[in-house]
Design a protein around this ligand. Structure first.
Ligand code: LER
Ligand code: MN
Length: 273
């Protein structure tokens, strides 16, 4: 059983204000992550073409880093797409965008994350219809991910970002309704702080379904810079034998270096004692 540390690197211009620690290019992010002793980086890229896979592998290995995961949110942020959008051809485009990111991640040994690309129901699309679109996309994309020997990571989001799946238990219900078993959940502690009754209890109860964790505090600052009880959260992760990354998807506050440093300090304090 191992819990490994990761930190986010965003190279999407449109997401400069987003909750990612490093925003100054992949080389800079990898150098700083390695200097601080992280095991991995999580990469948020504008498209699959934006990364030269061989060069990225070389960069990661020169720093002794793994790729923890890759984000698909640029499909929403840059192109306004989602897997539950009413228009069939736009849904197909969304699916193709995610497929391309799954392939990019797969070639780096990393799973892709479906977060904001799940979209939301409303207007012409009923809740039932949106959930049917989402299930069909996750079934197809989960099977595609398995071709690269990685899971697909699905992330419940708080109520202000989606009206589809807000809690880990609702995520488990969704996974149980799929035909593929290659989809795992992302437990984002920031979203959980808004939606769960008890964060540590939810992590314990649904441990078998959780494949990735966004390790971040109540205010979306680095762990330790908000008001969450990370001793209880870490104990739940350790005792439920979580085997995956604790990845800092946090705002670069007060600056990127300080956010990364606070994260790795919290990580070492709770997981490497
Ligand atoms: C969005 O709020 C989020 O948490 C990301 O990980 C998913 O796009
Ligand atoms: Mn997240």
């Amino acid at each position: 059983m191992t819990i490994r540390s990761a930190v986010t690197v965003c190279i999407v211009d449109e997401a400069r204000q987003g909750p990612f620690v490093f925003h100054d290019g992949l080389e800079d992010g990898c150098r700083q992550a390695a200097e601080l002793g992280f095991d991995a980086v999580e990469i948020f890229a504008p498209s699959a073409d934006a990364l030269d896979i061989e060069a990225t592998r070389a960069l990661l290995s020169s720093h002794g880093l793994e790729c923890a995961a890759v984000g698909t949110g640029a499909g929403m942020v840059k192109h306004g797409l989602s897997l539950t959008i009413a228009d069939e051809s736009q849904r197909a485009q969304a699916c193709n965008f995610v497929r391309s990111i799954i392939e990019m991640g797969g070639r780096l040994g990393a799973p892709a994350i479906i977060g904001s690309m799940q979209g939301r129901y409303g207007g012409e699309v009923s809740r039932e219809q949106a959930m049917a679109f989402l299930r069909s996309a996750l079934d197809e994309l989960g099977e595609y991910a398995s071709e690269f020997d990685v899971p697909l990571i699905y992330e419940p989001l708080n109520r202000y970002e989606t009206n589809l799946v807000n809690t880990i238990s609702a995520g488990v219900e969704l996974l149980e309704s799929l035909t593929t078993d290659h989809v795992k959940l992302l437990a984002d502690i920031f979203h959980m702080n808004i939606e769960e009754t008890d964060i540590a209890a939810a992590l314990r109860e649904h441990a078998g379904y959780i494949g990735h964790i966004h390790y971040v505090d109540s205010n979306r600052r680095a762990a330790g810079l908000g008001h969450l009880d990370f001793a209880a959260i870490a104990a739940a992760m350790i005792e439920s034998e979580y085997d995956g990354y604790a990845s800092a998807e946090a705002f670069p506050l007060p600056d990127a270096h300080a956010a990364a440093l606070a994260t790795i300090d919290s990580f070492r304090h709770h997981f490497r004692k």
